[in-house]
Ligand binder design. Sequence first.
Ligand code: F6P
Length: 360
Amino acid sequence: KKRIGILTSGGDCPGLNAVIRGVVKSCHQSGYDCVGFLKGYEGLYDPVQYMHLTPASTKGILTQGGTILGSTNKGRFAAVKGVDDRVEIDPKLVRGVQETVEQLGISGLICVGGDGSLAIAQQFHEAGIPVVGVPKTIDNDLSATAFTFGFDSAIECATDALDRLHTTAASHERIMVLEVMGRHAGWIALHSGIAGGGDVILIPEIKWNFDHVCHKILHRESQGKKFTLVVVAEGAELPGGGHVGQEQDGQQVKLGGVGKTVTEEIERRLHRETRLCILGHLQRGGTPTTFDRVLATMFGAHAVRLVVEGRFGEMIASRPPEMVSVPILEAVHKIRQVDPNGPAVQAARALGISFGDCPA
Ligand code: F6P
């Protein structure tokens, strides 16, 4: 019997188990056996770690957050930037993976991951390993696909947080700062900010400064609104440069950096009680939303189809109403950021939401 392998790599998010289930069930329907490698790429080599996946063994996982296969972010296979921004993995590891794939009779390896993980999959492809990619990031910033699963669940969580912060901010007449995820793009901040009634949204794509943020708060006060909700993306650049929440020299700087600075600076300038809430990894846990379950299931089923059709080196992408595939190479290293003149930002501005880039 032919066999398909699957692994989940990089930061987890709601919907990974739904992809696994989609792959397993589709394999079953198409007469393929399915194995899942553990801990991302780590399980592919030294020691090889995998489990057999069947419809029976994956029963009930659709609604579970996380991944039953486990995942690794920046392990041995971590992408080291080489010439022209290409990643280079130790050739010994690539040869080891090749052997594993041959020994286990894997006719297609489905790699579920974000930008960095897909770059590794691309390198496997170039070495002749039959891989198919499935895009994943809660940040929703991969350019080849209109949506990634996990994003909808993340904004649901951030919106719920804003709903809760709203009432406590109003009761205490305080400024509440909510820091959400989004390393290179402000999608989570923008969408949850709109849905949760944020007053100020600070994102990496729009340059902002504290004068404008404070002006907005004072303007609200002059209208009798004594509290303000500020939503800030972890990757929002601080005025004067610097991405406190981002990677520096390859080291991941802790979440909360930019939120802390924003909170302290508002309090220092306005002498108003200001509190910070860092949502952090709560955004990556919990049951996936309906949208994410459907998208992840579609990704899983279509990834199996790509293997069956022998379309290796390609990645599934959602281009509503179509589900298409693109070369993995086209999908990596191309971040899709918020359009500062796009419809969502325009609508937010029309409602009076400030992006900290002009007086209220
Ligand atoms: O890229 C997804 C993401 O959740 C980012 O929003 C966040 O900066 C990062 O991963 C956190 O990664 P880790 O869980 O490895 O600290």
